[in-house]
Design a protein around this ligand. Structure first.
Ligand code: PEP
Ligand code: MG
Length: 576
């Protein structure tokens, strides 16, 4: 049966491929007692589900297309091995008998025990295999809870796997950087959640907020991810498929065409130079940054190094990562944001996770760092040491209070003194800037301008906190509006006040990479944009065709307007 699911487009482009179901969320199953005379039947039900899952994997393996990615077969083999192991094949049977527990519950209990043990493993590769245990168990659960439909993947010239999940955390997402997936689709999630941001940085089509994808799609089903419109087509017919193939070819040609702009300076038609920086999560992202011809790294989200591990990266490990980036960009600036852990980016087993009552408003980012001064000092020393190898700047996230800046500056001085003592070199003129991402900060800019050397507007959080909508919650994703007059006023005032005061100001939130907003931001006076490398050349092309005098007047009209429909109309005219 073919059908279409609607969600929120997160990352553009189109992928045609095959569903690969991934379960990472904690599995919720019912727990009930089995009557003594029904225990044998329950064990038989468990064995039957195990067999169905094994048969399903076997059937999938038998039908892998010759050109399918190698990872596909490896996944299937690994999952078969996991299910064959006595830890899953035998122990839950014993639990059903001894505790008279239902099969689903026994299986999940045992899975959780195994998964806990994985958390204790030092080797990062083996630690990551915990997700495979969860996925393999998910297959058995599916069989227990209603039977599993096996669909044979059809053969196509371009076999790609599309990850289908109920939910993915930013930590899960970062692991996917190592695999070649063709797309991501999830049931929940907001378009500026960090999960979505990482998907965008992978430059592959992604959709969030599909609600029923994980339940309704079976492993191996053919999918089209339309990352432009947020549509997921399941089992497309040949006509639809042909249409999408055509669009795919057009997009590919478009990307090729944009590559020619790599070395062209980003200058408006009236000759104003615009700086285009790139956002990264890990040093491994640097090839794309160089490929896009970015003027520097405008936001290095250093916290991604801290995810998917129980320990903290030490000073030497951090130095190595920061230095790698500073050297790769060859003298151009690297704006290194200090640890923004907390909210949706939780460290394994550490504080700053989702255990707080309201993590987005809790001990996140600078608040967490100031509560853990030794950990913060380690990072500050690593950043300072990396500044010796390039043009490194420090960016402080989630600032709201003067004392947060003052305390941080004291710690930076302390870190500098420690390096002096060790006789280790660093850039003595290192610049320190702050993120404007809490409305209070945007409204009280003098606090920042008196203490810091540059500003960067984090529109993702600025919108979240201004409009009081959780950026990770798809139930309120429709309320996430960069064009809301309150948001535009805060952004415009920050740009204007900083510029008048001679302080460099950039936008590094997702607004900077949104083609629909480029001219508006230029008109509001923005001259420095930082975005995912995949968006950079399209934004540059828009800048090249923009006349500043024209857009300045139009941007003021958008800013003054309070009728949402008219705002969209004015924006459409600005972009025409
Ligand atoms: C932002 O909030 O806009 C930002 C750039 O930081 P992050 O998305 O990592 O919170
Ligand atoms: Mg932020």
């Amino acid at each position: 049966m073919n059908f279409v699911l609607h969600g929120h487009a997160v990352s553009g482009g189109i992928t045609v491929g095959y569903a690969h179901l991934v379960a990472t969320a904690r599995l919720e199953v019912a727990h009930y007692e089995i009557a003594p005379e029904a225990v044998d039947a329950e064990i038989a039900r468990f064995d039957g589900a195990m067999q169905t899952a094994q048969d399903g994997l076997q059937a999938l393996k038998a039908h892998i297309a010759p050109d399918a990615p190698k990872e596909f077969e490896a996944f299937l083999d690994l999952h078969r091995m996991i299910l064959n192991d006595s830890a899953l094949a035998v122990v839950p049977r014993e639990m059903i008998r001894s505790r008279r527990a239902n099969a689903e519950w026994a299986l999940v209990q045992q899975m959780e025990r195994l998964v806990e043990r994985f958390d204790e493993i030092d080797d990062p590769y083996l630690r990551e295999r915990k997700a495979d245990v969860q996925h393999a168990v998910e297959r058995v659960l599916k069989a227990l809870m209603g039977g599993q439909k096996i669909v044979e993947p059809a053969v196509s010239e371009e076999q790609k796997l599309i990850v289908v999940a109920h939910d993915l955390s930013p930590a899960d997402m970062i692991l996917f950087k190592r695999h070649r997936f063709g797309g991501f689709v999830t049931d929940v999630g907001g378009v500026t959640s960090h999960t979505a941001i990482v998907a965008r940085s992978l430059a592959i089509p992604a959709i969030v907020g599909l609600h029923h994808a994980f339940q309704t799609i079976s492993e191996g089903e053919m999918l089209i991810v339309d990352g432009e419109r947020g549509l997921l087509v399941v089992n497309p017919d040949s006509l639809v498929l042909a249409e999408y193939r055509e669009r795919q070819a057009e997009l590919k040609a478009e990307r090729q065409r944009l590559k020619r702009l790599k070395k062209t300076p980003a200058t408006t038609q009236d000759g104003t130079p615009i700086e285009l920086f790139a956002n990264i999560e890990l040093p491994q992202d640097m090839p794309e940054v160089l490929e896009a011809g970015a003027d520097g790294v405008g936001l290095f989200r250093s916290e991604f190094m801290f995810l998917n591990r129980k320990d903290l990266p030490g000073e030497e490990e951090q130095l190595e990562a920061y230095r790698q980036v500073a050297e790769a960009i060859k003298g151009r600036p690297v704006i290194l944001r200090t640890l923004d852990i907390g909210a949706d980016k939780a460290m394994n087993g550490g504080d700053g996770g989702n255990t707080m009552p309201n993590p987005a408003m809790g001990l996140r980012a600078i608040r967490f760092c100031l509560a853990e001064p030794q950990m913060f000092l380690t990072q500050l020393r690593a950043i300072l040491r990396a500044s010796h190898y390039g043009t490194v700047r420090i960016l402080l996230p989630m600032l709201a209070h003067a004392h947060e800046i003052d305390q941080t500056l004291t710690l930076i001085n302390q870190a500098k003194a420690q390096l002096e003592e060790r006789d280790q070199p660093y850039d003595r003129a290192i610049q320190i800037g702050g993120m404007i991402e809490i409305p209070a900060a945007a409204l009280a800019l003098p606090i920042f301008m008196r203490r810091l050397q540059f500003l960067s507007i984090g529109t993702n959080d600025l919108i979240q906190y201004t409009l009081a909508i959780d950026r990770t919650d798809d139930a309120v994703a429709h309320l996430y509006d960069p064009l809301h007059p309150a948001v535009l006023t805060l952004v415009a005032n920050t740009i204007q006040t900083a510029t008048r005061g001679g302080m460099p100001v950039a936008v590094c939130g997702e607004m900077a990479g949104d083609l629909q907003l480029t001219r508006l931001l230029l008109g509001l006076g923005l001259r420095n944009f930082s975005m995912h490398p995949s968006q950079l050349l399209a934004i540059k092309e828009r800048i090249l065709s923009t006349n500043l005098t024209e857009v300045q007047a139009a941007a003021q009209r958008v800013l003054r307007n309070t009728d949402p429909a008219k705002t969209r109309d004015l924006l459409a005219r600005l972009n025409s």
